[in-house]
Structure formats: C-alpha cells, structure tokens
Design a binder for this molecule. Structure first.
Ligand code: SF4
Ligand code: F3S
Length: 111
C-alpha cells in the first residue's frame, strides 16, 4: 500500500506534510503535492498533519484515480522537503468539492 494526496490539497497546498515525511517522498506541482507510491513507507505520520485531510491510505475505496495521478506526477515534478507558505487564498479553497477542475499539471518550484 501507499498513502496518496487527493484533490482536497489543490490550491490549499499547506505543506505541513513535507516536514514530517521520514523518506522525503513528496513532489510539488503548481497547486498541489503528490506522494511517490514506490517511495512511501506507509508510516502514516503525514496523514494527521494535513489541515484539510487531503492525505489518505490507498486502501480507502474510490482512490484509484488519485493513486494513478500521484504515481504519474511524482515522476515528473520536483521533490519538496521544506515547507513554504501556503497560497494567499488557500483558505478560500478549503472543503471545496471536485477541485480536479483546478488541477494544474505544471511542476512547482521544489526545494
Ligand atoms: Fe511519507 Fe510516511 Fe506520509 Fe508515506 S505515509 S508520504 S512515508 S510521511
Ligand atoms: Fe496538501 Fe495537506 Fe500537504 S493541503 S501540501 S497534503 S499538508
């Protein structure tokens, strides 16, 4: 198994998760992060750190598409291990549904 990031992260991108990952397996897109499924050691420490509950174990039902997206973009986006500030309008995007329409495939800055 692995943990994955879902669309609750999009445009919130709080980055509390990157500070706690013992194997540095988060990768940064323009407006969300993903987890590399082959690098994640399933420790689970990142899950409660996310203020918008965007991190889930892939054993939860209905996350197949998000597992694929995490695996695909973890290969393309830069590694991120140091927390930066969240987007200025992050609060406005908390709890919004179907944020996949806001997904941006462009890479983020990385460390
Ligand atoms: Fe990193 Fe552990 Fe979260 Fe996997 S479950 S992304 S290893 S902190
Ligand atoms: Fe995203 Fe939550 Fe991390 S909003 S950047 S998964 S702390």
């Amino acid at each position: 198994m692995t943990y994955i990031v879902n669309d609750s992260c999009i445009r919130c991108k709080y980055m509390d998760c990157v500070s706690v990952c013992p194997v540095d397996c988060f990768y940064e897109g323009k407006n969300m992060l993903v987890i590399h499924p082959d690098e994640c050691i399933d420790c689970g420490v990142c899950e409660p750190e996310c203020p918008v509950e965007a991190i889930k174990p892939d054993t939860e039902p209905g996350l197949e598409d998000w597992l694929k997206l995490n695996a695909e973009y973890a290969k393309q986006w830069p590694n991120i291990t140091i927390k930066r500030d969240a987007p200025a309008d992050a609060k406005d995007w908390e709890g919004k549904l179907n944020k996949i329409t806001e997904f941006d495939p462009e890479p983020g800055e990385g460390d």
